[in-house]
Design a protein around this ligand. Sequence first.
Ligand code: PLP
Length: 422
Amino acid sequence: MTDFWHPFASMGAVEASGELTIVRGEGAYVFDDRGRRLFDSSGALWFANVGHGRSELAEAAAAQMRKVAAFSNYAELVTEPTAALATRVAAVAPTEGSKVFFTGGGGEAVETAAKLALRYWQEEGQPERRLLISRTNAYHGSNGIGTGLGGIAGNRAGYERLLADWRAVEWDDAGALERAIEEAGAGSVAAFFCEPIVGAGGVLIPPDGYLSEVEAICRRHDVLFVADEVVTGFGRVGEWFASTRFGLRPDLITCAKGLTSGYVPLGAVIASPRVSEPFFRAGAPVWRHGYTYSGHATAAAVGLANLDILEREGLIARVRELEGPLADALVPLAQLPGVDTVRAGTGLLAAVTLSGERRGQDPGWAARVVLELLEHGVISRLLADGSLQISPPFVATEEDFALLADAISKAVEVELAAPAAS
Ligand code: PLP
């Protein structure tokens, strides 16, 4: 029996199977309480970008805690690392002159961006722009607005009415966005939310040209373009942001995970000058929004040290170098009888979709493949579409990718040969 209620879990199943306890991490590997050394193929939840066990980050946290762990950042107050991290993030943002609003994580960043988009239009004298548009298969976190914007059916079930003004469009069809805006009337649309590469929905890489097309459609209809870079931000696709890689200049960017490599919780919204200007001008109103931990000093100190590591070790360039080898290791798996498709090739981000036929016959099958992977030295997780999530730390090596591919092929083979659960 556990007292801990696990997120995204059937607790009945956890009570039956037992928990899997992780006790330590080192680079691209973690160790469980049975002493197994496991390749962290998913970078935990897409966040362990600089790898595990970095004492430098622990020291940055301890040093800041000794000075002042945190204080209020409301009104005119600010803590030192908070201001420094905002400057550092603004310096790498796709649009010069951006402002940075810190949150506790990705979900709060999405809430913040959505509320800011609505508030922006009120300040601009167009309060009727209230509609938010997002995409099928999208994941924007588990908070209220993020759940309302989400496109993964299971996550929405029971919460369909959270957002009064919301539309979804097909994730890969730019024309569908334009039609939705025209049908609603451009003057009623506040913002379009878009993961440059859909993450939890299955690592879906949009068709060539899609992202610049949707950005141009937003510009044409004066709709705010919001890039949700909670997964892709801070190097995951071999540039600071996917927006940088794809030549986008979003009005708002949401980010989290890679900002601290998950060492402490921290998220941010990066607002372009267009959106921030009405709130920064002389006589601007108070934007009545914020969190107790917005810009938490210790989290910011860790963020600064994390960015130091990314820069000093050239880890973002390394992602670019490794994206080809990762794809080369994984693509042959698509030939296996238990695998439907492999999506890879943009950054250290990939998905191996397990057989839909087998999953249809035996709903627990894919979860058993994930358990079997542990026996072959790999920890992974299943995405909503039955894919294995592949998003390793940036310090992973080509040897690790070979081990990963071998483990997947063995685990799939073992579980294909096992009798189906009745
Ligand atoms: N947006 C995207 C694209 C995400 O992938 C996630 C989390 O995985 C979130 C938002 C929510 O972030 P958090 O879990 O930190 O609230």
